[in-house]
Design a protein around this ligand. Structure first.
Ligand code: PFF
Length: 469
């Protein structure tokens, strides 16, 4: 056990509310507002959403509880947490390092897309979209995507902002900023939602999101729903484990996890209910892919009354969501250097933040094809997609699997039971949770992973009904 003074010097959340806002900030990000609506659109809506909700409840939530249990028990970042619980030389520490690597890789390309959101805030503020034709707005995104210098500039600006916040530490940096960013985000979301309800396309959008429709759902879509439930809840790489390590012993982990995953899910659904009414009301298609937020939405804003104000709200919202997630990604990496190498926070944040910036340069240049143009020919994907594939399909699912096995099978029963039940009114759910981390989650993740890296052929999953290809 860490001594009280060692624990206190690592920093702690000042209140339960502060922790919830910071953890919800980690979960709510580009994954909710940029990615979830477009993959919902591509997969035909309702049924995909339903499968995603089942994945969150049966797999995501139990693993989130598991990460918080490990983190709070050990009061260490991922690598040190496994060492503290299983001994210095434990092989489990590799899982901790894998999480650090995942944080490093994800932030390197996440920052590039987050940089685009900063560019779009500026475009919205300068009324760039007003009076522009759909072609002009579409080609503006193309220009941004392919301009290496603009990408590099925003990547640097975003990383500097993230570094600045994480330098402030737990209470004064991460918690203080989460208290500003998250309420502002919820408020902006509410305004946009009210506006969306008033749009003529709202009814159609709501039935698109909520009524199960198997026509467009493919086996890949099922895998995508499971994989995305990991990414969106920030699971599998120790982000919530690290945030849990700053929790005091009397906080309720189960209720907090339910609240965090509930908020994350609400934001993802609200994002769909904001985007699709606008998209449908302007006669556009739901299947626009990754360009849904950066092309379709500005096109819709350019045609709407009040579009300038709405576009500012929307892109600031997206930027805030990205920033509060990026903070947690950098914190995982930096806190590991603080705990493992005894570095000061200042040194750890500056060194790891700069390394992540440098590692992200190839992703920032991916659209321009400027750096190693042969990469795409050799690997089949550009830098950006290569790293996203590596993190989402390998590191996060394997990390999540390891965490489920660790809390389910390796951790002594009295330790995990104590962490689960302490301060919680939901302690009676312990046996249900245990079945999930021991059996349901590991089996589901293993299957997902075998299919997604194509060790098992995807067509085995193909139903013969209307959902097949
Ligand atoms: N949950 C974030 C999102 O949905 O955008 C992404 C993320 C943040 C993944 C932090 C992993 C993580 F540790």
């Amino acid at each position: 056990m860490a001594t009280d003074s060692a624990t206190a010097s690592r920093g702690q959340w000042s209140t339960r509310g502060g922790f919830i806002l910071a953890a919800a900030g980690s979960a709510v990000g580009l994954g909710n507002i940029w990615k979830f609506p477009y993959i919902t659109g591509e997969n035909g809506g309702g049924l995909f959403v339903l499968i995603y909700l089942v994945c969150i409840a049966l797999i995501g939530l139990p693993i989130m509880i598991g990460e918080l249990i490990i983190g709070r028990r050990a009061q260490r970042s991922p690598v040190g947490a496994f060492q503290k619980l299983r001994g210095e030389q434990t092989a489990w520490r590799i899982i901790g390092w894998m999480g650090v690597l995942a944080g490093f890789i994800i932030l390197s390309y996440y920052s590039v897309v987050a940089g685009w959101t900063m560019n779009y805030v500026l475009m919205a503020l300068t009324r760039f979209f007003s009076g522009k034709s759909p072609e002009e707005i579409g080609s503006a995104f193309g220009t941004l995507y392919t301009a290496w210098d603009i990408n590099l500039f925003w990547h640097a600006a975003f990383m500097l902002t993230t570094i600045g916040i994480v330098l402030g530490g737990i209470k004064k940096g991460i918690e203080a900023w989460s208290r500003i960013l998250m309420p502002a985000l919820f408020l902006m979301m509410l305004v946009l939602l009210v506006d969306a309800v008033l749009q003529p396309g709202f009814g159609r959008a709501a039935s698109f999101v909520f009524s199960p429709n198997a026509d467009k759902l493919t086996p890949q879509g099922v895998l995508e729903a499971l994989g995305h439930s990991f990414f969106t809840l920030s699971l599998g790489m120790g982000a919530l484990l690290t945030y849990g390590s700053y929790l005091s012993k009397d906080r309720d982990l189960v209720g907090s996890s339910a609240l965090i995953s509930g908020l994350d899910t609400l934001v993802a659904l609200a994002a769909c209910l904001i985007l699709f009414p606008i998209i449908f009301s302007q006669g556009m298609a739901a299947e626009a892919g990754p360009g849904l937020v950066f092309k379709s939405m500005p096109i819709a804003f350019s045609k709407m009354t009040g579009g300038v104000l709405l576009s500012i709200l929307f892109f600031v919202l997206l930027f805030f969501a990205a920033l509060s997630s990026a903070i947690s990604l950098l914190e995982v990496v930096a806190s590991s250097f603080i705990d493992q190498l005894d570095w000061t926070r200042r040194r750890a944040v500056l060194v790891t933040g700069s390394m992540i910036f440098l590692f992200g340069v190839p992703s920032a240049l991916a659209g321009s094809g400027k750096l190693f143009p042969a990469w795409e020919k050799l690997v089949g994907k550009n830098f950006f997609d290569t790293f996203d594939y590596l993190a989402s399909n390998w590191l996060l699912p394997l990390g999540g699997l390891a965490i489920a096995i660790f809390v389910g099978w390796v951790m002594p029963d009295d330790e995990r039971r104590e962490e689960f039940t302490r301060g919680s009114k939901l302690g009676a759910l312990y046996p249900v949770w245990l079945v999930s981390v021991r059996f349901v989650a590991p089996i589901a993740i293993t299957l997902l992973w075998l299919f997604s890296v194509e060790i098992l052929p995807k067509h085995w999953l193909a139903p013969s009904g209307p959902g097949g290809h």
